[in-house]
Design a protein around this ligand. Structure first.
Ligand code: FAD
Length: 483
């Protein structure tokens, strides 16, 4: 016999609970990865993210080979065929047990339910286990109503309390558990399957390899170096885009090259054993990793957010712009005439990444200044981000659009010029990404005169922030009143 571990967004060997459990069974382990072009398209996965997953898979394959674990990569065009094809493969390999780590998005849960059912019909034990959050979703509920939290701060207190009371939650899974028996070399050769090819061209791949080398060992060294060098100052530097003060670990979290458990385990160790309450940079960082897990608890607790419906369904009634294309195009291509916004949108197109502060400012601008449905923005981010992650992206967008859990109040609207003045005081970030403005000096970088715009070939502002933000407040107010 043999046991199969189906890798999804958990592309690492260390601290992988499904793989660990599989490797304890005392039979050879086969690693499986399924590539479904239709599924990637349906979920608007960025080619940059797919490329990152494929590169990470390459690293994983090498690490697995060192433990004599073969990796089989199967391409299944249509996503509805995935459970059936997996069942066939498992039977073909004479295995009767399969492990995978749970993904909490509705489509993925439905897919896994189908697989469990097919498994039962075919004598295959399908084990879908908790792994992606340090505290599994469902474990934390409010004291008063015993329902999932909808506010971050009390959720985070409960999360830290749980990690403190139950320190085993932060124990890392060694990998593989006990060196599982391996197949004879001859049999291993039967598992040769090529990696999927990258959807990107060579030039793009080389840009992204430089920015984000793939794989779990890169993730671990970034984590270590972040905690040793930038961690302490994180709270003060994280919002300033010209300072590289954050961990840049999000693509690794999203592909599962790194788990929250590992991240918090090491952060705690370099924070004198503390998770929170001390107010330092690493405390702050742990709470940001907490936001990642929080949004996963939210999608597990309130699955309607996975189905194109805001957490507060009332806000589906907001009167979004009926013909969004011209303004949406200006926003997407970084031609709104708002320098801080345009810099960030061009940064996103080039690097497939954007710092958190800019994600908040550009997203709020789309919903509140341009009155464009936040779901269009959510899809656009997803189509480009190398760290695209449904729960974080959906959570971030619905926070900015004031329609999500613990969202930004609708009347608090970022002023894009002031945000630039505050977080990019000298305009370094703007000059880097908006070359038309590179010779503009002083405060004018944040709001160039008509004269300069014309001379430098930089567009006039497509809307007036003062006017549009008032219109947005009135629109939200009207809907809130009805509710
Ligand atoms: P750090 O500041 O070093 O934080 C460490 C880790 O904590 C991150 O890698 C990430 O996993 C997690 N994290 C930090 N902030 C948040 C947050 N606000 N919400 C959830 N998790 C967080 N993050 C994604 O990983 N994928 C997305 O698709 C995504 N879309 C977003 C869309 C919008 C509109 C907004 C406002 C935020 C979005 N974020 C998303 C969250 C955040 O912007 C990124 O995680 C962060 O910028 C990544 O940089 P970093 O790894 O250097 O983060």
């Amino acid at each position: 016999g043999a046991v199969v571990h189906w890798f999804r967004t958990d592309l690492r060997m260390e601290d992988n609970s499904g793989l660990h459990k599989a490797s304890k069974l005392g039979v050879p382990v086969i690693a499986l990865y399924v590539h479904s072009p239709q599924d990637l398209e349906a979920h608007v996965v960025a080619p940059a993210k797919t490329d990152f997953m494929i590169r990470s898979l390459g690293e994983l394959k090498k690490e697995l080979a060192e433990k004599n674990i073969p990796l089989w990569v199967e391409t299944v065009e249509k996503r509805k065929d995935i459970p059936k094809r997996i069942t066939e493969l498992v039977k073909q390999w004479n295995a009767n047990v399969l492990f995978a780590n749970m993904e909490y998005e509705v489509d993925e849960l439905r897919r896994d339910t189908k697989l469990i059912k097919l498994g039962m019909e075919n004598d295959i034990a399908v084990n879908i286990v908790h792994d992606v959050c340090a505290v599994p979703p469902g474990e934390l509920v409010t004291k008063s109503t015993k329902t999932p939290f909808t506010v971050f701060s009390p959720w985070f207190r409960a999360y830290c309390f749980e990690l403190f009371e139950n320190p085993a939650l932060l124990n890392l899974y060694p990998s593989p558990a006990d060196n599982p028996p391996s197949f004879a070399t001859e049999k291993q050769k039967l598992f040769t399957s090529p990696l999927p090819s990258s959807p990107l061209d060579i030039e793009k791949i080389s840009t992204l390899i430089t920015l984000f080398p793939a794989g779990a060992s890169e993730a671990n060294s970034r984590l270590k170096s972040f905690l040793e060098t930038k961690g302490k100052a994180y709270q003060d530097t994280r919002n300033t885009p010209s300072i590289d003060g954050t961990s840049s670990l999000s693509p690794y979290f999203a592909a599962g090259c790194l788990s929250s458990r590992t991240a918090i385990h090491h952060a705690k160790a370099s924070n004198n054993g503390r998770l929170s309450g001390g107010g330092g940079g690493i405390d702050c960082w742990i709470s940001e990793v907490g936001w990642r897990d929080f949004y996963k608890h939210v999608i597990a607790g309130f699955p309607h957010v996975c189905m194109n419906t805001p957490f507060k369904p009332l806000y589906t009634q907001l009167p979004w712009l009926p013909d969004p294309l011209p303004h949406f195009t200006a926003w997407r291509t970084g031609l709104t005439g708002y320098p801080f916004i345009d810099a960030a949108m061009r940064h996103l197109s080039f690097s497939h990444f954007m710092p958190n502060r800019l994600r908040m400012v550009t997203a709020t601008f789309l919903c509140k200044d341009l009155h464009i449905d936040w779901r269009l923005g959510e899809a656009h981010f997803s189509s480009l981000l190398i760290d695209g992650d449904f729960s974080a992206n959906n959570g971030g967008w619905s926070w900015c659009a004031s329609v999500g859990v613990d969202a930004q109040p609708y009347f608090r609207i970022f002023n894009p010029m002031d945000q630039g003045r505050k977080w990019d005081k000298e305009g370094e970030y703007i000059r880097r990404w908006v070359p038309e403005l590179k010779d503009v000096v002083g405060d004018e970088i944040h709001w160039p005169s008509d004269n300069i715009r014309e001379k430098m070939g930089y567009p006039k502002a497509i809307v007036d922030h003062k006017v549009e933000s008032k219109i947005a407040v009135e629109a939200y107010k009207a809907v809130a009143k009805v509710g």
